[in-house]
Design a protein around this ligand. Structure first.
Ligand code: AMP
Length: 459
């Protein structure tokens, strides 16, 4: 998963992009980068491992531009290393090309092999680089046509912000897996993964980039086209469950409203009649826990405090990193928990590492009973479309039944939201969503080699 941002024709394009990326930091913390294009058409990249930092500000001040694109990365293909940091920047026969990608391509291996057979030399281990090579090889006249040609055989999930020369382009795969919104700051068009990034720069939200749409922006204005083959809509429901920020609108709906509705439905499907209070695993399940509390008439308490200076547990690429971080990331409030029968709401259980650690903390702080409620169904399969859950063996619900999971995690009861409950609760549901990780209903053939490091570790 990643966050992407782009702005065209604004004297503060670089600073606005940096601000936008601060708002999209939750979508990826492995690397951050900005490509800036100045009035002469020269493009320069500033990239760094980790989050968008103040240290980058000085470097960014040295690359002013009128158009800029940015990226926060959370790897799904390719290792977590600087050569895989985006935006990708390349010099091609038609000028500079820069690309920021959110998603995961399912036929990247085949496309890469084909390109390598024809002499392409790859400099990263990311799936996204195949699009850059295809752009470089295209002989189409306009940037719009070059992008359309580059994307016509690409399968899987892509929300893209691209520059070709001084044209800024935004594109979304025909199934619309990942969000991408279009706004304006004065006359300057702005694109971002989520509306929270429009808010921070003061841009107004116009609309979503539509599935299958390419929007091109240059001195002549804004053009829209739909050159990609039509497909059934498959927006990622996990964006509403977990990934997007609650103050955002994605897929045309409010993430906060979605999560509250998920929590309410969960309370109806799995009530906890003897419980005395509800609390969330902050921050991603706050809104769902509020919905649960409201529906069940139980008080909502702050029983777990999250240390904000530590990144998302799951975003740590290795298990060792994840285990250690659960303990330092959350601390229980004994005064809230002691002697109480409690409902702990989380948005998902993936590996079970977080929940197991949290249950131990909550019991250690004196809770008498712990009733776990999850505002999504059991995650039983990997995602090939941009969420980093690559191997089935790592997923606790792929190995154990809910009863066994409850025992394994040490909770008194466990209730997962049903698939129907989830799909009926999200805005625009129940149709038009990808729920493959919950249902096993995959919209495409899986990648021939789903290993994240299939193109080498890049180290
Ligand atoms: P786990 O320990 O693997 O069961 O992690 C579950 C926790 O990670 C939950 O609290 C979720 O909020 C969070 N989570 C779920 N999916 C993801 C993801 N793809 N990336 C990062 N965090 C996630």
């Amino acid at each position: 998963m990643c966050g992407i941002f782009g702005v065209h024709g604004h004297p503060d394009a670089v600073r606005l992009t940096q601000l936008g990326l601060y708002s999209l930091q939750h979508r990826g913390q492995e690397s951050a980068g900005v490509v800036s294009i100045n009035e002469k058409g020269d493009a320069r990249a500033v990239r760094s491992m980790g989050t968008m930092s103040d240290a980058m500000t000085e470097e960014l001040d040295r690359v002013p531009g009128v158009t800029a694109i940015g990226h926060t990365r959370y790897s799904t293909t390719g290792s977590s290393s600087i050569e895989n940091a985006q935006p990708v920047l390349a010099r091609t026969k038609g000028g500079f090309v820069a690309l920021a990608h959110n998603g995961n391509l399912t036929n990247a291996a085949e496309l890469r092999m084909e390109l390598e057979d024809r002499g392409s030399i790859f400099s990263s281990t990311m799936d996204s680089e195949v699009i850059v090579h295809r752009l470089a090889r295209s002989n189409a006249d306009s940037p719009d046509d070059r992008l359309a040609e580059a994307l016509c055989e690409v399968e899987g999930a892509f929300s893209l912000i691209v520059t070709i020369g001084d044209t800024l382009l935004a594109a979304r795969d025909p199934r619309g897996w990942r969000p991408l919104v279009f706004g304006r700051l004065g006359n300057a068009p702005v694109f971002a993964s989520e509306t929270c990034a429009l808010d921070i720069v003061g841009a107004t939200y116009e609309r979503e980039v539509q599935p299958g749409e390419i929007i091109a922006v240059d001195a002549g204005g804004v053009r829209s086209s739909f050159p990609l083959p039509r497909r059934e809509l498959k927006r990622c429901v996990f964006e509403y469950v977990y990934f997007a920020r609650p103050d955002s609108r994605v897929f045309g709906g409010s993430v906060d409203r979605a999560r509250r509705a998920l929590g309410k439905r969960l309370a109806r499907e799995h009530p906890a009649p003897d419980a005395e209070l509800v609390f969330s695993v902050p921050d991603s399940s706050n809104s769902a826990a509020l919905g649960f509390a409201e529906e069940s008439g139980l008080p909502y308490e702050l029983a777990l405090i999250r240390n904000h200076y530590i990144g998302r547990t799951f975003i740590q690429p290795t298990q060792a990193g994840r285990d250690a971080k659960v303990k330092v990331k959350y601390n229980p409030v004994r005064e809230v928990l002691e002697g109480k029968k409690v409902v702990m709401v989380d948005d998902s259980i993936v590996r079970g590492t977080t929940t197991r650690g949290l249950v131990a903390l909550v019991r250690g702080a004196g809770a008498r009973e712990v009733h776990m409620r999850v505002s999504s169904p059991p995650v039983t399969g990997p995602c090939y479309y941009g969420i980093d859950t690559p191997s089935r063996e790592e997923l606790i619900a792929a190995r154990l039944s809910p009863e066994e999971i409850a025992r394994d995690l040490g909770v008194d009861s466990l209730g997962y939201l049903s698939l129907e409950g989830m799909l009926e609760s999200v805005p625009g549901g129940p149709h038009g969503f990808c729920h493959a990780c919950f249902s096993g209903d995959y919209p495409t053939a899986p990648p021939t080699d789903p290993d994240k490091l299939r193109f080498g570790c890049g180290c």
